[in-house]
Ligand binder design. Structure first.
Ligand code: HEM
Ligand SMILES: *[C@@H]1O[C@H](CO)[C@@H](O)[C@H](O)[C@H]1NC(C)=O
Ligand SMILES: *[C@@H]1O[C@H](CO)[C@@H](O)[C@H](O)[C@H]1NC(C)=O
Ligand SMILES: *[C@@H]1O[C@H](CO)[C@@H](O)[C@H](O)[C@H]1NC(C)=O
Length: 498
């Protein structure tokens, strides 16, 4: 009996090895695209480990070594192709969803089926709300957002006469979570500490669960989801907080009609109004609510923290910003229209996103069928493709001295005739990909830009900041393609002196 089991075990092992080698051999024959890191069976996983820790270095190495020609990198179980030239990046942008798929890439990377649930990709009714309803209401909502920013800074950032330190990322995360939540669900929930905990931790839980599930075999995933994943528990906790709010709003609508007096104008309400059929279920709405938090909070908090580190390491940037902001606010007060005139502030963020950013791979797509670029490079079905920060934001053909942080780079460019719209923070192009490009370019970027600019403007007008070691930005961390600013470092704050 026991020897039968042993034979079966080795039999299975041997057939797995044969399948693996056959796949490797086929892959090897089907591509002439060079790889960074080893390509041999099993050894290629060393490349995957390297990428997990030193993605940026590998991407820069590839860009220099192959001078802009496509190359590939092992990430987890698949090959990831990197294209660089303007021509190929444009083809990547234009590829159809049934060739190079954004949804397939996101679904697999985050294991959406087991984390957020398939509905969020099969019914994307939230997209037009983020893309259109939100920006259209930003003028009206601006005062609300500005109010939350003022209160959040007062509650979270020390304003003493002497320098007082606070952890940069955590503090910025609190401020961003509260401000975003004010626009998403309004008062009082946006200041509820349990709510803030849930919306901040949710992203981390989805990402870690997604990574864990994607490395274990498929048949184990349902069990792993039921036992290790905390995502469902987080949705339950959000639901406990949201249900009374949703019930109240529904009752009011039933009693007084769809446009009941005092009906809130926020993201939750827009979602409730747009949801159809099973998406109207409270749990489905809570999931959609958390999806919005997932895409908006960490991205914005990371960007704000990067800007804070830049400013704190170079306090001399404060003075031109203060002058610009004071002039605009004196004429216009605080408004969405006023932000449009703060060009140095806009340039500062655009440059931070160019140099730092939330990711060092852009437009990540999964090939759902073999896809051949015009230069003959074929991405086999099942592989991934994207372009890199090194190939775009770091490219000398696109930027003068690309490795230099020049906060007023873009405001200077905007002074040239007819160049004003092109170089503003929200504009995407083949050379500027911080918000992606094309069909899936970030629909939340107009909101993110208003929020970020108001936050940094408030900060610079009310505080002096510096890094713990003057002039030195604490080192960031990379997890695969994701860029995380230093999570533990502190920044020193004091009440503004001049
Ligand atoms: C500084 C902050 C932000 C950054 C850097 C950022 C960046 C990005 C990037 C790079 C993409 C993928 C584009 C692609 O692959 O081509 C994306 C997609 C997306 N972002 Fe943002 N984002 C930010 C803030 C926000 C906010 C505040 C919201 C919502 C209010 C939002 C909602 C979305 C959504 C819904 C998508 C998916 C688009 C789709 O399915 O087509 N983002 N974002
Ligand atoms: C959120 O994460 C932090 C840090 O990992 C942890 O201390 C806290 O207990 C978590 N809160 C919830 C509600 O899970
Ligand atoms: C972005 O810049 C391009 C030129 O590169 C311009 O045609 C377009 O209107 C700009 N878009 C916005 C939203 O300013
Ligand atoms: C974060 O910065 C601190 C210094 O402020 C440093 O000791 C630490 O190693 C940095 N963390 C990472 C991950 O580099």
């Amino acid at each position: 009996m026991e020897s039968n089991t042993t034979i079966l075990f080795y039999g299975l092992l041997a057939s797995a090895a044969v399948v693996y080698l056959a796949r490797w051999y086929k892959e090897r024959r089907s591509t002439n695209v060079p790889a960074i890191g080893p390509t041999a069976p099993l050894l290629s996983y060393w490349g995957a480990v390297r990428f997990m820790l030193w993605a940026q270095d590998m991407l820069e190495e590839g860009h220099v070594k192959y001078s802009g020609r496509p190359f590939r990198i092992r990430i987890a179980h698949h090959w990831h192709y990197i294209v660089s030239t303007r021509q190929l990046v444009d083809e990547l942008r234009r590829a159809r969803e049934d060739e190079l798929s954004f949804v397939a890439a996101a679904t697999e990377t985050l294991q959406i089926e087991y984390t957020l649930g398939k509905a969020v990709v099969y019914n994307m009714y939230h997209l037009p709300i983020v893309r259109t309803t939100l920006p259209r209401n930003m003028g009206k909502l601006y005062a609300t957002m500005h109010d939350e920013i003022c209160v959040a800074f007062k509650d979270s950032v020390p304003a003493n006469d002497d320098w007082t330190s606070a952890p940069a990322l955590d503090t910025m995360m609190q401020i961003v979570a509260r401000t975003s939540a004010r626009v998403i669900v309004g008062l009082p929930l946006c200041r509820n500490s349990e709510m803030l905990d849930v919306i901040i931790n949710f992203t981390v839980d989805v990402v870690t669960t997604g990574i864990f599930l994607s490395v274990i075999p498929g048949f184990m995933r349902p069990l792993a989801k039921a036992t290790v994943s905390r995502v469902d528990g987080m949705i339950d906790r959000a639901l406990v907080l949201l249900r009374p709010v949703m019930d109240y709003r529904r009752t009011m609508a039933e009693k007084h009609g769809e446009d009941w007096p005092g009906k809130p104008n926020d993201m939750l309400q827009w979602l409730m109004d747009a949801a159809e059929d099973e998406e109207r279920e409270p749990r489905a709405l809570a999931t959609r609510f958390l999806l919005i938090c997932f895409v908006s909070i960490h991205t914005t908090a990371v960007t704000l923290t990067q800007a804070l580190y830049r400013l704190a390491a170079n306090p001399e940037y404060a003075s031109p910003l203060r002058e610009e902001i004071a002039n605009v606010v004196a004429e216009e007060g605080w408004s969405k229209a006023a932000l449009q005139k703060m060009r140095k502030l806009d340039s500062f963020f655009r440059e931070c996103q160019r140099m730092d950013g939330v990711t060092c791979l852009f437009m990540i797509r999964k090939a759902v069928k073999d896809f051949t670029f015009s230069d003959g490079t074929t991405v086999p079905a099942g592989s991934y493709v994207s372009t890199s920060a090194a190939a775009t934001h770091g490219e000398e053909a696109y930027y003068d001295a690309p490795h230099l942080f020049d906060p007023w780079r873009f405001s200077r460019l905007r002074e040239e005739p007819a160049q004003s719209a092109k170089h503003q923070m929200v504009n995407t192009s083949l050379e500027y990909l911080a918000f992606g490009l094309g069909q899936h370019a970030c629909p939340g970027r107009f909101f993110a830009a208003s929020e970020l600019k108001t936050m940094l403007a408030h900060l610079v007008m009310n505080y002096d900041v510096r890094t713990e070691t003057p002039g030195v930005i604490p080192p960031a961390m990379h997890v695969s393609n994701v860029v995380v600013p230093n999570r533990t470092a502190k920044v020193l704050f004091r009440k503004r002196r001049e």
